[in-house]
Each structure stands twice: as C-alpha cells, then as structure tokens.
Write a protein that binds this ligand. Structure first.
Ligand SMILES: [Zn+2]
Length: 189
C-alpha cells in the first residue's frame, strides 16, 4: 500500500504557518509536520510505501510543487492531509473531512477518525468528537484520485487541545497510522 501524507501548510511555516497558539508559541505547520513524520515511520514499519510532502497548496492555487498532482502521479492508494483546527480558542476536538459520504474516502475517514477519537478520549475523556464532515470544495479531497481525507487533529488555538498536540504527538500519529491500516485490511477483506 502506498500512502501519501500531506502535513498542512508551508514547510518551516514559511510563508504560511497555518493556525497558531500564541500562549504556547506553537504553529500548525510544525505540529502537522511532526505528526506526519511519525505517521510515516509507523507506516514504514507496517510495510507501506510512504511519500510525505508538506505544502501550503491546500486549494491547488499556490505555485511550486503541487501536492495533488504529486499524489496522483505517484499513484498513491491513500491520501491523508494532517492539520490542526482553530476557531475562537474555546472550541476543542477532532474532526475528519471527506469529499462525500459515499466514497472510499468516507470509509477511510471513518477508520482514521475512530482510532483518533478513541486515542484522544483515552488521554482526555473530555476531548470532543466533532465527527466526520464533507468538504467537497477542498482540492486535496476533490482532485485526488485515491481515497483522501483531511484530519483536523485538535484545535491548536485552544490551550487544552494545544497541550495534547504538544505532549501526545506520538499517540496521535500512531492512531492515524492504525486507522490507515484498518482501512486497508477492511478493503482487502
Ligand atoms: Zn490547516
């Protein structure tokens, strides 16, 4: 199985760091990359081929390397974009974005989301499950030809969630990797 991992926003946060937590001084681009790197390591150990490419090219509009074309050309079996959410500093939880509710992407999203929520609620039983949502306009979901999901791991601008994102990257990465392999086993079966 070939898995394309896309940590959100720009490499090294330049020019697009994504959302930030100004109290802890952490940036979405760095957290997404750190989690993505660990997902990659777990999947390599599980025998997967993995390509990891960070990009600020979320809507397909930015110049430079096009993550969608890169994933399509590589003929990835699965595409997973990793992000952190942000709203008004009070909202918490994880949500998983998919193109629609009928595609293989939705099945992949269900597998990843279930593992992520179980893990996060194991760490913090108050962690909200915000569910699976459709985002058909997101290019990384619409224009990728393989099952694709975008995982919003937690709200980086909320201090409770930010602590989870700082202290539990390994567990988050392992959960995402388990979700990916769950999907693959299910699909083969
Ligand atoms: Zn983002």
């Amino acid at each position: 199985m070939k898995v394309f991992i896309n940590p959100g926003h720009a490499p090294n946060g330049n020019p697009d760091p994504g959302a930030i937590n100004d109290f802890f001084r952490i940036r979405e681009a760095d957290v997404a990359m750190a989690i993505g790197e660990q997902v990659k390591q777990y999947l390599i150990k599980a025998g997967c081929g993995v390509k990891l490419l960070q990009s600020n090219n979320l809507y397909g509009e930015a110049a430079g390397e096009n993550i969608i074309q890169s994933a399509n050309d590589w003929e990835a079996d699965i595409f997973v974009s990793i992000h952190c959410n942000a709203f008004d500093k009070t909202v918490r939880g994880a949500e998983t974005l998919v193109y629609d509710l009928t595609s293989d992407g939705h099945e992949l999203g269900k597998c990843i989301h279930a593992q992520l929520i179980e893990e996060m609620q194991d760490i913090d039983c108050t962690f909200p499950d915000r569910g699976i949502k459709t985002r058909p306009l997101l290019a990384v979901l619409r224009s990728t030809i393989m099952p694709a999901v975008l995982v919003e791991t937690a709200f980086i601008d909320n201090d409770y969630d930010a602590l989870l994102l700082m202290n539990h990257q390994q567990e988050i990465a392992a959960a995402i990797a388990r979700g990916i392999t769950d999907y693959w086993v299910q699909k083969q079966g």
